[in-house]
Design a protein around this ligand. Structure first.
Ligand code: FMN
Length: 308
């Protein structure tokens, strides 16, 4: 999660039996680690498998070169699980599978699932309409039905706040779950106490979508800052976001702005900076608790359901 995944949180999730995912921009730009040193820090905290998120949307050549380098370093440091989002995952699959690794690809509809399958990915992360971050437009059930025929393992992302939500999606037919929001409300996450408390206090109606951060809808808690920011992109921005040639640089401008706004909103308890991403899973989150306890409680609930 940008900007919420700090090494201590990633390590705690893996140590308990999940797979903590490193987000490279978060690790370096927000939490101030050299990428390789940050990975080594996670490695000192746990010897269990960890993963890396590769946002591979085609933007600038500089970004692509940097992402290629991050993937090389991650492979050198023993990472073998990658989650790609946006873009065509083929080049990541080629590189990672040559090293014996596995790539799952984030998708919000069948069209992107087919692109992932054709790109050779090992599985799909089905991002539904309740997810934090860039939410999809379909329910967990609709996505499952759309994607199952592609014949790949499916991971459910979105709306999983407690163990009942977790057991429900596994019963539905998903092979696993990807959680974001639930892990922000943990002592290991470096987010401010105000952000964590807002997640615990929020109900699902408090989560709104805004296009004003990245140019596409992002799920955030409805706070005074978000109300000031607005939820719809302005008319000029909309036009530029639709244009074939202007789309890419408009998205880049948005991305750079949002990286800054989200970083500012993460660490300090300053009310004027409360731009906080969260999904509708807030409805099931009732307290701040250690990441390891969450993983173990969810796993126990699934074992109990499966045994029944
Ligand atoms: C604060 C936050 C930051 C996120 N950042 C990323 C990201 O950098 N890359 C990515 O692929 N997904 C990102 N996501 C999406 C998550 O990987 C996951 O799909 C989503 O959180 C699932 O929904 P949930 O928040 O209801 O658990 C982010 C989600 C949140 C809440």
């Amino acid at each position: 999660m940008y900007p919420c995944s700090n090494p201590e949180l990633v390590a705690a999730v893996s140590e308990a039996g999940g797979i903590g995912i490193v987000q490279p921009i978060s690790l370096t730009y927000v939490h101030g680690h050299d990428f390789r040193e940050g990975l080594r820090l996670v490695r000192r905290l746990t010897s269990k498998p960890i993963g890396m998120n590769a946002l591979i949307e085609e933007s600038s050549k500089t970004y692509r070169t940097r992402m290629e380098r991050w993937i090389e370093v991650a492979l050198e440091e023993g990472v073998r699980f990658f989650v790609t989002s946006l873009g065509n995952p083929r080049w990541v699959v080629d590189r990672v599978s040559a090293a014996g690794g596995v790539v799952y690809h984030d998708v919000t509809e069948r069209k992107w699932g087919e692109k992932g399958r054709d790109g050779g990915v090992d599985g799909l992360v089905a991002v539904n309409d309740r997810a934090g971050g860039h939410a999809g437009g379909r329910s967990a059930k609709e996505l499952l039905e759309e994607l199952l025929p592609l014949g790949l393992p499916l991971v459910c992302a979105g709306g999983i706040g407690n163990e009942d939500d977790f057991a429900r999606v596994l019963r539905m037919g998903y092979a696993g779950a990807q959680l974001g929001t639930r892990f922000i409300a943990t002592p290991e996450c470096r987010a401010s106490e105000a952000y964590k408390r807002a997640i615990v206090a929020a109900g699902e109606r408090d989560v709104v979508l805004t296009e004003r951060l990245t140019g596409v809808p992002v799920a955030v808690i409805d706070t005074p800052s978000v109300r000031r920011l607005g939820t719809r992109a302005g008319p000029v921005a909309r036009l530029l976001l639709r244009g074939r040639r202007t789309k890419r640089w408009m998205r880049t401008i948005y991305a750079l702005r949002s990286l800054r706004a989200l970083k500012r909103g993460l660490l300090r308890d300053a009310p004027e900076r409360d731009v906080w991403q969260a999904g509708k899973s807030v409805a099931g989150i009732e307290r701040i608790e250690p990441a390891g306890e969450i993983v173990r409680r969810f796993a126990a609930a699934w074992r109990a359901t499966a045994a029944a």
